[in-house]
Ligand binder design. Structure first.
Ligand code: PMP
Length: 445
């Protein structure tokens, strides 16, 4: 067989997918995999849903594509209204895109244009966390705090001011509240040194995803950041590309914390793997200011096309009909319990953290000192490979910058039932037993 022309990643050849149904996928050799990470935390309703297909086909038969400046379409208006209602009207305006990176880019550009329109052109920098991940296009990369991704482009990307976020696993002896106070103080100091009048917005993931292994922020921290934004006259952009549309048990993760952003980016779960669709939501007065100044200088060809929006609408309607947020809470509880009991069993599980059906497991060489495994051992890749052999897909990452180590995410479809949650944990346990045996160089049993 000639080598594949695709070049997504280095590493071993991938199995070829054959078909999928519910939370399971099969490759062309007949091997079955439980989708424990919803692909890339995207296939939130599982695979092969006929209700989504029917809605997509009905729209396809009517009209699949129109350009957003030529026609309005009923699904686009309905999806926009639905998204606004999910924020309880706190964010009243919607701009559709086709991916998470585009949603973040849109938020960054709208925020900048807002200040240009207000005659504050000196606001030209964003503030974001290190570590963080906000996307792979150059603007979104600029606010991303993840060195391996940043390094090749550092000279050509206008990088944001990076500040540390709270780390409730590694902050040492102080209690959480004191830790948050000191992180906020450090943040203030960095911004005051850089010039608060130059800041456009803070950009944050309310629960870190791939970059931090589901590291949580908390209410006190988010309230502190909101207060800093208000004091410095800049905006708060929340990146809910991964956490939005129910992943954490609320429609948007910020709703757990009672802190409202000025702009919000969402994607992944909105199309739920059935069609690429994302959205940027914003406060009406921000949009009005930009529109009055001549319009938003931004847009993508496929943005907001009727087929994309009909898909997103069908996804949200299915979630509402099936009361899926209740399932996220129930299954999330079971998953948390299972992961914590695995943590109690394996000393190299340093931390288990998360919310809803977004869980991170951090691996460490020494749980007492929280010392990461040496980076060159690639432990995150090994445990992911073992899980795959056991028929379980998990989402691996290594966080660098000396602040954390190897981790993986467990983020099954929001539709997963109790039996499949137990099956997920059983497969994970088998993979972890083998990983443990390899660490201790003894046969697994
Ligand atoms: N922001 C966050 C928080 C994400 O997790 C991701 C994707 N992993 C993105 C932005 C980028 O989304 P996309 O890959 O759809 O461009």
């Amino acid at each position: 067989m000639s080598p594949s022309p695709l070049f997504y990643q280095a590493g071993p050849a991938l199995p070829e997918v054959s078909h999928a149904q519910g939370v399971y996928l099969w490759d062309d050799s007949g091997k079955q995999y439980l989708d424990g990470c919803s692909g890339a935390i995207a296939c939130n309703l599982g695979h092969g849903r006929s209700d989504i297909r029917d809605a997509m086909l009905a729209q396809f038969d009517r009209v699949a594509f129109t350009y957003r400046t030529q026609f309005e379409s009923a699904p686009a208006v309905a999806l926009a209204e639905t998204l606004v209602s999910l924020t309880h009207g706190q964010l009243e305006k919607v701009f559709f895109v086709s991916s998470g990176s585009e949603a973040v880019e849109s938020a960054l550009k709208l925020a900048r244009q807002y200040f240009v329109a207000r005659d504050e052109p000196q606001r030209r920098r964003f503030v974001s966390l290190r570590p963080s991940y906000h996307g792979s296009t150059l603007g979104a990369l600029g606010v991303t705090g993840y060195e391996p991704l940043e390094a090749p482009f550092a000279d050509i990307v206008h990088g944001s001011l990076k500040v540390p976020g709270p780390d409730f696993y590694r902050h040492g002896d102080v209690d959480d509240a004191c830790h948050v106070v000191s992180v906020l103080e450090e943040t203030r100091t960095i911004i005051e040194a850089a010039g608060p009048e130059t800041i456009i917005a803070f950009v944050l993931e309310p629960v870190g995803g791939a970059s931090t292994g589901a590291r949580l922020l908390d209410r006190q921290y988010l309230e502190g950041i909101r207060a800093l934004c208000d004091e410095f006259g800049c905006l708060l952009i929340l990146d809910e590309v991964l956490t939005g549309i129910g992943r954490t048990g609320a429609w948007f993760a910020y709703q757990h914390y009672g802190v409202t952003p000025d702009l919000l980016a969402t994607a992944k779960g909105l199309g739920a793997g059935y069609y690429p669709v994302g959205a940027m939501l914003a406060r009406a007065d921000i949009v009005d200011t930009v529109m009055a100044s001549g319009g938003f200088q931004h847009g993508h060809t496929y943005a907001g096309n009727p087929l994309a929006c009909a898909t997103g609408l069908a996804v949200i309607e299915a979630m509402q009909r099936e009361r899926m947020l209740d399932n996220v809470a129930a299954r999330g509880h079971e998953l948390k319990k299972g992961l914590l009991s695995l943590k109690a069993r394996f000393p190299w599980v340093g931390d288990v953290r998360g919310l809803g059906l977004l869980w991170g497991v951090e691996l460490v060489a020494d749980a007492m000192t929280k010392t990461p495994f040496p980076a060159e051992q690639n432990r995150f890749a090994r445990i992911t490979a073992l899980a795959k052999e056991e028929g379980l897909l998990i989402y691996p990452r290594r966080t660098l910058n000396g602040v954390a180590g190897d981790h993986f995410l467990v983020t099954p479809p929001l539709t997963i039932d109790a039996a499949d949650t137990a099956e997920l944990l059983a497969r994970l346990e088998r993979a972890m037993c083998r990983f443990d045996a390899e660490l201790n160089r003894r046969p697994a049993h």
